[in-house]
Design a protein around this ligand. Structure first.
Ligand SMILES: [Ca+2]
Ligand SMILES: [Ca+2]
Ligand SMILES: [Ca+2]
Length: 254
C-alpha cells in the first residue's frame, strides 16, 4: 500500500514539475499585450488546476492511508507529516499563481483600455488631417478659406465640433501667426457682454493679451478680437466691429 501511495504521489508531483518547467516565463510589463497576456494567463490557470488536482489526490491518499487497515501508528505519523508539508507547499504555490493571474488580468485590462484610447485618438487625428486641420500642442486648428463676420465665424467652428481659437500662451500666439499667412483673422475673444471685460468663448476672462499698442481702444462699437492688426508679429490684437468680415481660425482640444 505504501509503495502504491508513494508511486501515486511521485506521478502527481512529476506532472506538476513538468508543468512548471514547461510553463511560460513571467512576461515583462512591456510585452503584456493582447493575445500574449491571454496565453500566459491561460497557462498559469491550467497549472493552478493541475496543482489543485495534485493536492486533492494527496488528500484522498492521505485519508486512505489513515484508514483502519494501516500497518502502524508510527508509519502513519511519518506519512502524515510528509503529505501535510507537500500539501501546504503546493497550496502556497497555488496562491502565488492565483495572485499572478490576477495581476496579469489587471494589467491586461489596463493595456486594453490604453490601446482603445490610442486607437480612438488616432482615428480622430486621421480624420482631422483629412479635413485639413493642423495639429499643434494638443489642439487641432482649422483656418477658413472665406470671410465671415465674428458670429458667423464662431457658428462655423461650432458646426465643426470646435470653437474660435483661444490663445493661451506665447507659443500659441506665435503658431497662429504662422497659420494665418498674413491675413487678419477672428479669434474667440469679445467684450460683448460687458464693455471692457474681455472674455474667451469658453467663458474665461482674458488675463494677459497680445494687444497692439493703443488697443483695445473701443473706437466706436468694437466688441470682437481681431488678430494680425499692425506689423508687430507678437502684439497684434485689436478690438474691431463684430460685423466686419474676415478669415477665422477654429481650435479643437484633443
Ligand atoms: Ca488654445
Ligand atoms: Ca468693446
Ligand atoms: Ca480697436
Amino acid at each position: 500500500m505504501v509503495a502504491h501511495v508513494a508511486n501515486g504521489i511521485a506521478q502527481a508531483l512529476g506532472a506538476a514539475v513538468v508543468a512548471l518547467q514547461t510553463a511560460p516565463s513571467p512576461p515583462s510589463l512591456m510585452v503584456l499585450q493582447g493575445r500574449k497576456t491571454w496565453l500566459t494567463a491561460d497557462g498559469l490557470g491550467l497549472l493552478c488546476i493541475l496543482l489543485l488536482t495534485t493536492i486533492t489526490v494527496l488528500w484522498i491518499q492521505f485519508n486512505h492511508l489513515t484508514g483502519p487497515h494501516v500497518l502502524s501508528a508510527v508509519s502513519i505519523q511519518g506519512c502524515f507529516k510528509r503529505y501535510r508539508l507537500a500539501a501546504v507547499g503546493l497550496g502556497l504555490l497555488c496562491v502565488l499563481l492565483l495572485t499572478a493571474i490576477t495581476v496579469l488580468w489587471i494589467q491586461f485590462n489596463h493595456l486594453t483600455a490604453e490601446r482603445d484610447g490610442l486607437q480612438r485618438r488616432f482615428s480622430e487625428l486621421d480624420k482631422a488631417v483629412r479635413d485639413e486641420w493642423i495639429y499643434f500642442s494638443s489642439s487641432l486648428y482649422y483656418i477658413s478659406s472665406e470671410w465671415k463676420n465674428w458670429t458667423e465665424s464662431r457658428n462655423d467652428c461650432r458646426e465643426r465640433g470646435s470653437d474660435l481659437v483661444i490663445i493661451n500662451s506665447r507659443e500659441e500666439q506665435d503658431f497662429i501667426n504662422t497659420l494665418r499667412k498674413g491675413q487678419w483673422i477672428w479669434i474667440g475673444l469679445s467684450d460683448g457682454e460687458t464693455e471692457g471685460v474681455w472674455k474667451w468663448v469658453d467663458g474665461s476672462e482674458l488675463i494677459t493679451g497680445f494687444w497692439r499698442t493703443g488697443e483695445p481702444n473701443s473706437n466706436g462699437e468694437e466688441d470682437c478680437g481681431l488678430y494680425g492688426y499692425g506689423s508687430d508679429p507678437v502684439n497684434n490684437w485689436a478690438d474691431y466691429p463684430c460685423n466686419s468680415q474676415y478669415f477665422w481660425i477654429c481650435e479643437k482640444r484633443i
